[in-house]
Design a protein around this ligand. Sequence first.
Ligand SMILES: *Cc1c(COP(=O)(O)O)cnc(C)c1O
Length: 235
Amino acid sequence: MILAENIQRVQERIAAACARAGRSPSEVTLVAVTKTFPPEIILRASQLGLRDFGENRVEEALAKISNLPSAFTWHLVGHLQSRKARDAVQLFDAIHSVDSVKLADKLSRICIEVGRVMPILLECNVSGEESKYGFSVATDAERAYILSEVKAILALPGVRVEGLMTVAPLVANPNQARPVFRALRELRDELAAQFPQASWPHLSMGMTDDFEVALEEGATMVRIGRAIFGVREVN
Ligand SMILES: *Cc1c(COP(=O)(O)O)cnc(C)c1O
């Protein structure tokens, strides 16, 4: 069964990258990104030992998550519009893609209303590409500005900031993404020093094409789709 082999291979590659970096694979959460794949395949992946799954769109997740056992941990890894925040709170266990104070505030209010606290990551656009979501952090001025935004988000009682997330640019050689991953780690360290009231454990970075480099640079969550489930027909 190809799925079993793919999962095993990814886990071996994670272990090897961790070993190179002197890290323990137990520090790393493999988030299997299931977008475009049906519930049957997700169920099969869970039977092969995966428990953390990621979706990038609320609508698609709505149709899938309710058809699967509630023991799975669901991560929203794609952009979230404020008007879909309520569905996101209902569906997901963690949100990796918080990219504004406004969205964090909306999530916080809904979480308070329903009596929970949502673990969130702050998505950062490290490379400065126009096409990417996330807080801009490329220039010194932008980095200064994010400090005030982080301060506001940390004051929200319904969300708990646990770290940062980024999507690296598409590059020919994964090593070219290394500076992006390193910059995210450095930003996290800076924020952790500035805001010790939060614990900042997580760096969600690394996908099929670049997860080993991300792990060498400190990723604690890798979001992997194609290396597990194969090539997607659409998006
Ligand atoms: C699709 C997606 C992934 C997984 O991408 P692969 O290249 O298939 O591993 C990870 N993160 C986000 C935000 C995604 O949208």
